[in-house]
Design a protein around this ligand. Structure first.
Ligand code: MRU
Length: 349
């Protein structure tokens, strides 16, 4: 299985991220040496996608704590402040808080004897999160593989691919595996306005992997469904709440509603790190509103009146009742979701 370049590199205690704002034209890694630099990189979507920002956050916390180590007097207080700063970079994906929580627990579970020992534990936990993520993607791929049948048309939105995670992606994992096993199918990819994660990232990574890819405008999804080109929709998520509501890239809700109209199954791929059992429903999730200029212009080229009013919510909430099933690393979960998700995701994470 040949996936895209790694979104995150960690080697010799140094963190580098692939700057996704430059894709697909330029593949360039940026070294991240401070929490401030990581905060800016996450806000600017240089590293993006729910699992990837969780992994980057974990390494970013390690890097910042290593940097501050010589002057640290209160290790857990400093760690709490560094975690809070990084978690505040984006509000919607639960993976940031999840990763920070794991790092904090790694040092508080049993008291570390020295600062060096605490730093080693942090690094080990970040590496464990990264490695688990690879395995989780493979497990999602295996569970989702039967959904990709010969000759089918799959529509995906935004980028829940290798660039958003650590290896095969979440929504794309069944596609990578089906392709590797010689199953013929076609992937339709929404552009995903305003930042074009679909066309810049997903189309790039899946075409590179040799898949049969067709790019469409977001507004063409209904027409593709009406003409029978789409057999299923498969997307990722930034947070699935306790009742099975799905928070994902803006435009996901529209696809789910269309699927209901055209009687097309709507699947969501969700790793354990993206399930938020403590938030009751999607209405309780903070939806990130991004800069108006992302809609008025693209990479500096004006596409609207310079001062026109804009709404730019980055995510929307798809109610659980529109979700056919959730493909997790623990298996495919069907409705009713509340108990079944809790059961599927119980156990160590
Ligand atoms: O704003 P982005 O590019 O971070 O949004 C990403 C998405 O909406 C993805 O679908 C989601 O994070 C799942 S990634 C496996």
């Amino acid at each position: 299985v040949s996936a895209a370049p790694e979104a995150i590199r960690w080697s010799g205690g140094r963190l580098a991220i692939l700057d996704q704002t430059r894709l697909p034209q330029t593949v360039r890694y940026e070294t991240i040496g401070t929490a401030d630099a990581l905060f800016e990189a996450i806000r600017a979507l240089k590293v993006r996608g729910a699992p990837a920002i969780g992994i980057a956050a974990a390494y970013g916390i390690v890097v910042e704590m290593q940097r501050r180590a010589p002057a640290i007097e209160d290790f857990s207080g400093t760690l709490a402040a560094v975690c809070a700063q990084i978690v505040s970079a984006r509000p919607t994906a639960v993976n940031l808080a999840w990763a920070a929580g794991r790092l904090r627990r790694a040092v508080t579970a049993t008291a570390a004897t020295t600062t060096d020992e605490a730093l080693r534990r942090l690094a080990r936990e970040a590496e464990a999160i990264h490695e688990e993520d690879r395995q989780i993607c493979r497990a999602i791929g295996e569970h989702g593989l039967p959904l990709i049948v010969r000759g089918c048309g799959v529509l995906t939105h935004c980028n829940a691919g290798a660039l958003a995670v650590s290896e095969l992606g979440t929504a794309t994992a069944p596609l990578y595996l089906a392709h590797a096993r010689g199953v013929p199918f076609r992937v339709y990819i929404d552009e995903t306005r305003p930042l074009l994660q679909g066309s810049r990232l997903t189309a790039w990574e899946l075409e590179r992997a040799g898949m049969d890819v067709t790019l469409i405008c977001d507004s063409a999804a209904a027409a593709m469904m009406a003409e029978g080109a789409i057999d299923l929709v498969l997307v990722g998520t930034d947070r699935v709440t306790a009742n099975g509501d799905v928070v994902n890239k803006i435009g996901t809700l529209a696809l789910a509603i269309l699927c209901r109209h055209y009687d097309i199954p709507f699947y969501v791929a969700c790793p354990a790190s993206t399930f938020d059992s403590t938030t009751p429903d999607g209405a309780s999730v903070a939806i990130e509103e991004r800069d108006a200029d992302e809609v008025r212009a693209f990479r500096g080229t004006q596409a609207a009146p310079a001062h026109v009013a804009v709404r730019n919510p980055a995510f929307d909430v798809t109610p659980a009742e529109l979700v056919t099933a959730i493909v997790t690393d623990r298996g495919i979960v069907h409705p009713p979701y509340r108990d079944r998700l809790a059961q599927a995701f119980s156990g160590p994470q």
